[in-house]
Design a protein around this ligand. Sequence first.
Ligand code: ACO
Ligand code: AKG
Length: 380
Amino acid sequence: MPAYQPRVLINDSTLRDGEQSPGVAFTLEEKLAIAAALEAAGIDEIEAGTPAMGGQEIEAIAAMVAQANKAEIIPWCRMTRADVEAAALTGASRVHLSVPVSDRQIHAKFGTGRADVLERIADVVGYARELGLRVSVGGEDASRADIDFLKRVVVAIEEAGGHRFRFADTLGVLDPFGTCELFRELARQTDIELEFHGHDDLGLATANTLAAVRGGATHVSVCVLGLGERAGNAPLEEVVTALGETLGRATAVDLARLPGLAALVAKASCRAIPENKPIVGSMVFSHESGIHVSGLLRDAATYEALDPARFGRERTIVLGKHSGRAALRSTLRSIGLECDHERIERLLAEVRARASLTKRPVELSELALLHSASVMEGSA
Ligand SMILES: CC(=O)SCCNC(=O)CCNC(=O)[C@H](O)C(C)(C)COP(=O)(O)OP(=O)(O)OC[C@H]1O[C@@H](n2cnc3c(N)ncnc32)[C@H](O)[C@@H]1OP(=O)(O)O
Ligand SMILES: O=C(O)CCC(=O)C(=O)O
């Protein structure tokens, strides 16, 4: 029997890092609706916002705390006592405290050095614990930090009463091999929970998140549709699906809810979902190429790794420039039409010509018209 692998816990930051995307701003109603949909989808933890932003943000987080049943609502804070006090006003029982850990960020933001970071962790984590809060700590820019210093940070968090270290690839500069190795090294160092928060500047956020789990991460930080600063974060839908597909790791997420969740966040963020966005894009379960469709019609697994039904979606076969006879015949049959060998050749040429001209798939109504024109021609 394979060794038992605990399920990976999902921390969704759509309402915090996602909302930090340039120009994105959710209303209170949108935040509550997104939080409810995240919870219904089985998300374990919701990073809900930044209390230091003031009254409205605190009220919104408090409303999410009041609304939540099972999901944990977590306010995001800087490593300051004032931020912790603002977070305490939300009624949340958890708080996430972030601190820069690369020398570059420590010097630029605090004008100090590593010892100051360790002192702040001892002081502010300790303070939050005194207020009765459970505390996770994020190491901002951890990917550019010295690994030996990160190990000291992890020890400091543990000593101060924190229960988790979030490793943030703030600038999205890691690769999967390095990420896996870093997590292996940290996991050897500590028993506290380890989380990965990856950005997608190099298009590697999902891969790095999987690599972190392979290396020992217990939690992953994601955003619906990969919303987030600059190129965004690791997309929830990709990460949870790929965790199961590639690492055989379970999450509590109900895959069938991902498309609805994506539509909700796309609308609230005024950002369209790209057609080819994995899992939730409108065309990712559509097939045009003749060779693929001919194979699919015999056995869907020839050209489909993911069964669309798992996501509450359906496979579609579209007719276009690359269609073959099998696709055309099967599509005609689906609308109750037949074609003999000679006419199928002509119709296929017409379908291809039409798709090339219009630069889109040929619709069923158009196909029916092309078919009846060819029947009339044949009988003339
Ligand atoms: C990588 C990330 O995603 S980090 C999270 C980014 N999120 C946000 O910025 C949320 C939205 N931000 C805001 O509304 C505002 O920036 C606020 C309310 C948090 C702070 O506003 P202001 O007081 O005007 O500060 P401002 O934004 O100009 O500068 C940030 C301050 O936080 C300090 N700071 C930055 N990170 C940290 C940290 N992890 N711990 C403690 N202090 C920090 C900076 O050094 C700077 O301090 P200074 O004012 O003494 O120079
Ligand atoms: O420290 C953290 O919690 C991570 C903050 C963040 O969003 C980032 O560094 O990209």
